[in-house]
Design a protein around this ligand. Structure first.
Ligand code: NAD
Length: 377
């Protein structure tokens, strides 16, 4: 048996929980084939939070200095799960110290940092992966397989969306997510990065041209205890994108974190000239497939229930239908990462995918600011 992959993680919040759950489930899901991992060290700027996260999630050590993760001789691979503007420094440092890096999405808060990260990944022999978990979700991967097999014919148009209502509360404090400097964008970066990546993945082409409109609905928010009573919000609460892909496919992507009543509701519709596909996270284990090849008297959407015959779901259960959930999305992503890190094979989606999405998001911001179509370079 090969030596365990020694992991460190930078950031101790929500995503530290999700990544650790993914890592801890590897053996349970993938059995003896799962690369073994050792949870060596967790870093967070807040030392108390780092200690609490280590104790809760089972990391052997905690530190408030992320270089003790990115430069450590006893660590092989690093998860970067900090706010968006704090991805580039630890990710590039870890790569330059020979570590494999899994970085949260969006790759960075600004295009220049994303370019530097992608360049650092290309220059290193380490594995880089960006955590677009939704494209790796079994129903999404199945949709892609059906598209590649020609089951829906030529793609005529694509619709993607990602809605939530967690920012609807005016009293919600102005965390890093509401700052353009720290997050890069609002709902566009947070939710739109996933939705744009899924669109690229399913259409199978790159975005050529973007138009967008953004709106900030709640312009000020309380800063929280001890700070000024309110701060201005300089990111979007909702953004609508109109995309044209290089292969000519038109697409719309709509995102909002003030979408009253919607909870982690991301999904897509891919319409082809011989069939169509439809998915929504509220029915995360179902993929709707319509085939125009069916006899006319029984044409209609069929509901494909995800199970072991579908990509990335093979190892979970022997039967279809028990259902995978949010934590499983991270188990799938972490498995892809540690398997690539252990074997030296390229990971997917990688930092170049993160850069492509960053280019689309930057173009969308420019398009929204200047109210015009923007061509990607
Ligand atoms: N893949 C997904 O589905 C998904 C879901 C949620 C969040 N995310 C992404 O994960 C990242 C983290 O989000 P979160 O929800 O965990 O945020 P969070 O606010 O819950 O946690 C971030 C943590 O990072 C710490 N931190 C900040 N700067 C740091 C630094 N320089 N070094 C070390 N620690 C630092 C903070 O103290 C905080 O504990 C973001 O990029 C976000 O977009 C991805």
């Amino acid at each position: 048996m090969s030596a365990p992959l020694r992991i460190g993680i930078v950031g101790g919040g929500f995503m530290a929980q999700a990544h650790t759950m993914g890592l801890r489930d590897l053996r349970a899901v993938y059995g003896e084939d799962a690369p073994s991992v050792e949870l060596v060290r967790i870093a967070d700027l807040d030392a108390d939070l780092a200690r609490a996260a280590a104790s809760r999630h089972g990391w052997a050590e905690a530190t408030d200095d992320w270089t003790e993760v990115t430069r450590a001789n006893d660590i092989d691979a690093v998860s970067v799960v900090t706010p968006n503007a704090a991805h580039a420094a630890p990710a590039i440092d870890a790569l330059s110290h020979g570590k494999h890096v899994l970085c949260e999405k969006p790759l960075a808060a600004d295009l220049s940092s994303a370019e530097q990260m992608a360049a650092a990944a290309r220059a290193s022999s380490s594995v880089s992966q960006v955590n677009f978990v939704y494209r790796q979700w079994p129903a999404t991967a199945t949709a892609r397989r059906l598209i590649e097999e020609g089951a829906i014919g030529r793609v005529l148009h694509y619709r993607g969306y990602h809605f939530h209502d967690y920012a609807l509360d005016r009293e919600m404090p102005a965390t890093w997510r509401f700052s353009r400097r720290e997050a890069g964008a609002g709902s566009l970066g947070d939710l739109g990065s996933h939705a744009v990546d899924a669109a690229r993945y399913l259409v199978g082409s790159e975005v050529k041209t973007v138009a967008a409109q953004s709106r900030t609905v709640i312009g000020t928010r309380p800063l929280g205890p001890g700070g000024p009573p309110s701060v201005d919000v300089d990111v979007d609460d909702s953004t609508d994108l109109l995309l044209e892909f290089e292969d000519g496919t038109p697409a719309t992507v709509q995102v909002s974190w003030v979408a009253t009543g919607r909870k982690t509701d991301w999904g897509f519709e891919v319409v082809g000239d011989e069939g169509s596909l439809r998915f929504g996270w509220q029915h995360a284990n179902e993929l709707r497939f319509y085939s125009h090849a069916d006899p006319a008297d029984r044409r209609g959407e069929r509901v494909v229930i995800i199970g072991p015959d579908h990509p990335n779901a093979e190892s979970f259960y022997g039967i279809a239908g028990p259902g995978l959930g949010y934590a499983d999305a991270f188990t799938i992503a972490l498995h892809n990462f540690v398997r690539a890190a252990g074997s030296g094979e390229a990971a997917s989606p990688d930092f170049d995918d993160g850069l492509r999405v960053a280019q689309v998001l930057a173009a969308a911001q420019l398009a929204a600011d200047e109210r015009r179509w923007v061509e990607l370079g």
